[in-house]
Design a binder for this molecule. Structure first.
Ligand code: CUA
Length: 321
């Protein structure tokens, strides 16, 4: 994929890097990519040269013997490529090593805990009650340790530019660093095929100055705002009656299940369904009325609501800022 397409696909961070780790990965990618291009050129050029110069002619095997005599070039190539493999291998290992080093002591205090689910990301902040989905906020200029787990199958987190990729493996905790030097919104996608909606398992990292981040974290840690108005109040009752509460948690209410995303501040998110839809009341209502039409395969079943019930439930959730 060329750079123009990467920009169109909104993945401009791959070759740029927005942290020390991000830059060293981008540099590794760039150098290995360039050397690979040179190797491709040399190999392809050699193949073309030999096929043109030494093509067999009927009844004459002199060109074949001539080509054999040039066997020296093979040993030269073998040595050159051995040196390249060792050099690039050591370079790659050094970059990996510098990025990876997480001490056992440090592992006890991750800054973020990310859990991969089919098909969304749960994001927790140790020391805070805040729980969000798919959109992680981080303070700028800090190297943050992420502990990553999975609730079901293997997923893979990667927001290029901020750090390395890391698999989310069931039954195991992996660790990796992320950092953003400057404020910005950085997008990424699940990098390990994990089922029907793998393509819509995107994530976003919102990097903001420390103060702004702390304000966000405090607001997300609060319990849910109570329903205001008759419609929303009816919606909150429906939430429990229609068994939404058996999967979702809304802190400050009796809904405490942790299977689907925490909805305490669902209306404060700019996107829903791991990037599939932007947040709006209309999109939320469309999702509630027929989840399988919006995100086929998603683990939310279709409930049969009347138009009034849909409006009330949407009203209630839309009030959860
Ligand atoms: Cu999760 Cu692919």
């Amino acid at each position: 994929m060329d750079l123009g397409l990467l920009y169109l696909a909104k993945i401009p961070h791959l070759f740029l890097g927005h942290s020390d780790d991000g830059r060293s990965i981008a540099m590794l990618l760039g150098i290995c990519g360039l050397i690979s291009l040179v190797i491709f050129g040399v190999v392809a050029g050699t193949v073309v040269r030999y096929t043109r110069n030494y093509a067999a002619k009927a009844g004459d095997d002199s060109t074949f013997r001539e080509a054999q005599d040039e066997g020296k070039i093979e040993s030269k190539f073998a040595i050159l490529f051995l040196v390249l493999v060792i050099a690039l291998g050591s370079y790659g290992l050094t970059v990996t090593w510098n990025i990876d080093s997480v001490t056992a002591e440090k592992q006890q205090q991750p800054d973020l805990i990310i859990v991969g689910h089919q098909w969304w990301w749960e994001i927790r902040y140790p020391g805070s009650d805040a729980v969000t989905a798919n959109i992680a906020h981080i303070p700028t200029g800090k190297r943050l340790l992420v502990a990553i787990e999975s609730a079901d199958v293997v997923h893979d987190w990667w927001v290029s530019g901020l750090g390395r990729k890391m698999d989310a493996v069931p039954g195991r905790t992996n660790y990796f660093w992320i950092q953003a030097d400057q404020p910005g919104v950085f997008e990424g996608a699940c990098n390990e095929f994990c089922g029907t909606q793998h393509a819509w398992m995107r994530m976003e990292v919102v990097a903001e100055p420390e103060e702004q981040f702390q304000a966000w974290l405090e607001s997300q840690a609060l319990v849910a705002q109570p329903a205001v108005g008759d419609n929303a109040k009816n919606g909150s009752l429906l939430f429990n009656e229609m068994s939404c509460a058996t999967c979702h948690s809304i802190r400050g209410t009796t809904s405490e299940a942790g299977i689907g995303p925490d909805l305490t501040h669902v209306a404060s998110r700019s996107k829903l369904l791991a990037g599939k839809i932007t947040y709006s009341k209309e999109n939320l209502k469309a999702w509630l009325s027929d989840p399988q039409a919006v995100k086929p395969g998603a683990h939310m079943p279709r409930f049969i609501f009347s138009e009034k019930e849909l409006d009330d439930l949407t009203d209630y959730l839309d009030g959860l800022k």
